[in-house]
Design a protein around this ligand. Structure first.
Ligand code: TXA
Ligand code: MG
Length: 317
């Protein structure tokens, strides 16, 4: 049985009690729901991999409530300070040198000497981290390879019966996972909920990306990911027979769903995962075998939207 806990004082107390016993609690962040376990407890971390069916070579992000708390686990180079000052709390994960005395389980880092760390902005995540006052390892709260969850109901859909509880926090505002940045060397490892243009403006320099096979990626990012049941066709400017069509901007007329009629990539990110689920359900109901998606520009959060769509469309293992 997986408990649905409300964001009340009793809910936070119960969530913290479960985490302290090494149990897993999913919770809302502003990006997607995370599947949380104590990052110092190897049994809890092992249980995260098991509940998701996630390969153990794919390391996890640790969540903290403050910069002071982050400094217990990583050393923060000067180059990272302007980013932290500007974007924490928020959808930015930094890959930083792990402190030797951090006490973080080797299973979190897959034995790398770096740690991916972030301070979420969602009030439920912040309150839970303050109440628990321990580092929470939290990948997206979905079975590995499936669509990431942006509501508590999505989490229940994929993980009910496999985790202790879900702490309810409504629908996630950003809708795609955090942007992951490494500092040494400076590189975008995963486009996400903080636009690349923002980071480049803050750093005052362009970051290497590429959009090809040489693009630096976070380890273990599998090419096929975020996969709905139906096949996915990209850059679809119309609907072919037997398809469910998701529109965007000027390619919306007659679409079954719309990422953003206004052509706003931030809105498209917020709606992406929920719409893929709805389109998949409709495809199943209508016996359609393919979800077609209109082109989305790579600007702003469009880069993250297209990254997730490319993975959804990739050949399945
Ligand atoms: O928005 C998010 O980031 C969500 C919420 C729950 O915070 N979490 C999330 O976690 O997306 P997950 O596990 O789905 O993605 C973690 C990514 C993986 O691609 C992994 O390879 C990368 O972070 N990663 C973790 N540790 C790393 C490290 N030391 N160096 C490079 N990449 C790392
Ligand atoms: Mg994930």
């Amino acid at each position: 049985m997986t408990d649905l806990l409300s964001a009340t004082p009793e809910g936070y107390t119960e969530a913290a009690r479960l985490l302290g016993r090494g149990e897993l609690v999913a919770f809302a962040t502003e990006t997607v729901y995370g599947l949380g376990g104590d990052a110092r407890n190897s049994e809890a971390v092992a249980a995260i991999y098991t509940a998701k069916g996630r390969p153990k070579f794919n390391p996890l992000i640790v969540h903290v409530h403050s910069v002071e708390m982050a400094e217990r686990y990583v050393t923060i180079p000067e180059a990272a300070r302007p980013l932290i000052a500007r974007y924490w709390p928020g959808p930015l994960t930094l890959v930083l040198p792990l402190r030797p005395d951090a006490g973080i389980s080797d299973l979190v880092t897959a034995e790398l000497d770096t740690l991916a760390i972030r301070m979420p902005a969602h009030p439920v995540a912040r309150k839970l981290l303050q109440e628990y006052d321990g580092p929470l390892a939290a990948p997206s709260a979905n079975p590995s390879g499936r669509i990431s969850p942006t509501t508590a109901a999505h989490v229940m859909d994929g993980l009910s019966g496999r985790i202790a509880a879900v702490l309810e926090g409504g629908a996630c505002g950003v809708g795609v996972e955090s942007t992951i940045l490494s500092l040494d060397p400076l590189a975008l490892l995963r486009p996400g909920g903080l636009a690349l243009e923002e980071i480049e403006a803050t750093l005052g320099r362009a970051l290497p990306t590429g959009g090809n096979a040489d693009k630096p990626n976070a380890p273990g990012q599998l090419k096929s990911h975020y996969a709905p049941g139906a096949a996915v066709r990209l850059n679809a400017t119309d609907r072919q027979s037997g398809e469910i069509w998701i529109g965007f901007g000027s390619h919306c007329a007659g679409a079954d769903f719309n990422l953003s009629e206004a052509g706003d990539t931030t809105e498209a990110a917020t709606r992406l995962f929920g719409l893929l689920r709805e389109a998949d359900a409709l495809a199943q109901q209508k016996g359609a075998s393919c979800i077609a998606v209109a082109p989305v520009p790579d600007t702003g959060l469009g880069l993250a939207v297209n990254d997730r769509l490319d993975r959804a469309a990739a050949p399945r293992p």
